[in-house]
Write a protein that binds this ligand. Structure first.
Ligand code: EZ4
Ligand code: CO
Length: 403
């Protein structure tokens, strides 16, 4: 059995910050796991270095479930994004090791492929509806079958989801948080106009998605979901914050627009009521922030009972290690729905060489043993950590609002 001999945390910033855990064994095989928590990266690095790594040395690398339980139950302090991202990094690295030792791509160990590839959605955004739709057309020309549309809100200086760089969207854009101004009233007027124009211009064969980023009250969200109904969205994401899982009930009562939530979830308990009461259609928890492949398999199994499908988070702050793990996972589960995909920069791809490829609207993880992704430590060293924050959001009277 491969014994863990060393584990190291590597922090690098090839355009944005990433935290990676590398676990080495006495079997000549190592594994990598992503531990990136956007804007709070060093907290997870410390959690791993100071509190997790010492417990890993000498353990049997094949005992993935036991290690998960050891870190989750054993810590006494359960859940939370820092803890669960750290556990996820260990979990990914151990699955990588197990699959490398077996000489198989990870999806084979998870039960084998259920489909040809994982359908992904790209991000089209612009200051105006016209600019957004031009971007959407670029994605469709590249073969995307699904596109998320975000457009500037008339009367607001800056809007979430509208990026300066069209190819590489990056919201964590400053060494102290920048401030956005928000008006739900203005947004509720403009969002349906975007999708009316989109259907007219793009037709009905492309899946259209939209992210509301936790900014509405339940009744506002219900109104938007109802107003968007004629345009047949693939989903409306994060309509309301989900600390109150029952907030989704009024939205459901008013509309058949499919609902997705969960990119900030870190445990199966965050999903439980939403899934059991069929208040959502897609669960967006990821292998990174929700405790690794081990817990995501449980979340997906619970969701499958209720016909809820996965739609895992896949923004640029999740490294190519997470993307690889998500693709093996997505390929292997019966209730995969869609995978978010924001392209990484060339520098990021140099630091994290990987085997997954896009074609025809799908991503496929490749056939290399393990996760099929590595970290080039020499390249990583050339990009030292730089503090970076997500923006914050205020209403027009200056009060803090959800971001
Ligand atoms: O704001 O990943 O659906 N995707 C998103 C992302 C998130 C960032 C936060 O780290 O909402 O852009
Ligand atoms: Co989102």
């Amino acid at each position: 059995m491969p014994k863990i001999t060393a584990a190291r945390v590597i922090t690098t910033c090839p355009g944005r910050n990433f935290v990676t855990l590398k676990i080495e064994t006495d079997a000549g095989v190592y594994g990598v796991g992503d531990a990136t928590l956007n804007g709070r990266e060093l907290a997870v690095a410390s959690y791993l270095e100071d509190h997790v790594v010492p417990c890993l040395i000498g353990r049997d690398a094949h005992r993935i479930e036991d290690t998960w339980q050891y870190l989750y139950r054993g810590a006494y302090w359960r859940r939370g994004p820092v803890t669960m991202s750290a556990i996820a990094a260990v979990d990914m690295a151990l699955w990588d090791i197990k699959a490398k030792v077996a000489g198989l791509p990870l999806y084979q160990l998870l039960g084998g492929a259920c489909r040809q590839g994982c359908m992904v959605y790209g991000h089209a955004n612009g200051e105006t509806i016209e600019e957004t739709l031009q971007e959407a057309e670029r994605y469709i020309e590249q073969g995307y079958r699904a596109v998320r549309l975000q457009s500037g809100v008339p009367g607001l200086k800056s809007t979430y989801g509208v990026s300066k760089d069209k190819d590489f969207y990056e919201p964590a854009d400053a060494d102290l948080p920048t401030e956005n101004l928000w008006s739900t009233e203005k947004y509720l007027r403009s969002a349906p106009e975007l999708f009316a124009a989109a259907r007219e211009r793009l037709g009905w064969d492309v899946h259209l998605l939209h992210d509301a980023h936790h900014r509405m009250t339940p009744i506002e969200a219900a109104r938007l979901a109802k107003d968007l109904e004629p345009y047949r969205l693939f989903w409306l994401e994060d309509a309301v914050p989900a600390e109150n899982q029952e907030s989704f009930r009024p939205i459901r009562q008013h509309s058949t627009t499919p609902l997705a939530v969960g990119e900030v979830f870190n445990s199966i308990w965050d999903c439980k009521q939403l899934i059991e009461e069929q208040l959502i259609d897609y669960i967006r928890a990821t292998v990174l922030h929700a405790g690794g492949i081990t817990q995501m398999r449980r979340i997906a199994s619970l969701a499958d009972l209720y016909r809820v499908r996965t739609g895992c988070h896949g923004a640029t702050d999740l490294s190519p290690i997470t993307m690889s793990a998500a693709l093996h996972f997505g390929l292997s589960i019966p209730n995969f729905g869609i995978q978010e995909y924001m392209r990484h920069t060339d520098d990021t791809n140099t630091v994290f060489p990987h085997g997954y490829r896009f074609s025809d609207g799908y991503l496929r993880p490749g056939e290399q043993p393990g996760l099929g992704v590595d970290i080039d430590e020499d390249a990583a060293e050339q990009f030292p950590y730089r503090r970076a924050y997500l923006p914050v959001n205020r209403l027009q009277d200056g009060s803090m609002h959800d971001w």
